[in-house]
Design a protein around this ligand. Sequence first.
Ligand code: CIR
Length: 260
Amino acid sequence: MKNPSFEFSRAITRRPAASIIAGLRAEDMGNPSLAGMLAAHETYVAALKSTGAEVIELEPLDDFADAVFVEDTALCLPQGAVLMRPGAPSRMGEVAEMAPTLRACYDDVREITAPGHIEGGDILVTGREILVGRSARTDAAGVAQLAEIAADWGHSLREVFTPPGVLHFKTDCSLMDAETILSTRRLSDSGCFEGYRVLDVAEGEEAAANAIRFNNLVLCPAGFPRTAEMLSKAGYDVVEIDNTDCAKLDGGMSCLSLRF
Ligand code: CIR
């Protein structure tokens, strides 16, 4: 049987639009290049497909600069999907754009409603529970709503905290297998992964923590050789993807797809 925390038959992605240069960012490091984003996106989608999964590739949405970061719009679980309610006002409309695709894939689609806020980047589904990091984008009301839905579907949910100044919980961690989490030291030191096997990214390579395990592969941002080597030595099949342009908008490997 598949392990639903890292073995998937489908993914949803959305090609970046020309409006990507207006994407949100915590710190201005210059605009991303659309050509660069498109090239990296193509490599990313090809890597997902190479595992045998079907990738539903959605059209660019010029009205929403951050729409390429589809992960934030929903949570996909084996029992159903939950439409999120982003804490970034400019991103709220992305959810309605994603909803029809999820309704076509799932019989049961629930919604986070006002006043709660949650973005998918704050949710880590492991082999045993759902961890949700409160952040500037995800609040207690949103987490409480998601906990009820998760309980209905037989999942336990634990509220944790995203480190201050970090965009999303998964900016700093990723699931490598049902029991193993790749993390920054600043997050693992908080104790939130007690009972798991934790692999800390190499010092100075904190941006490597946003990776994804997708079937047999681990997709990692390129340019973090010590972390990539550590993962290879631990037995993971690592594929490095150029994340230069995405990183200018605080995006990484997990943000670019919904996986189920
Ligand atoms: C934002 O600030 O919302 C986007 N520029 C980046 C979103 C990254 N998403 C993610 O980590 N799940």
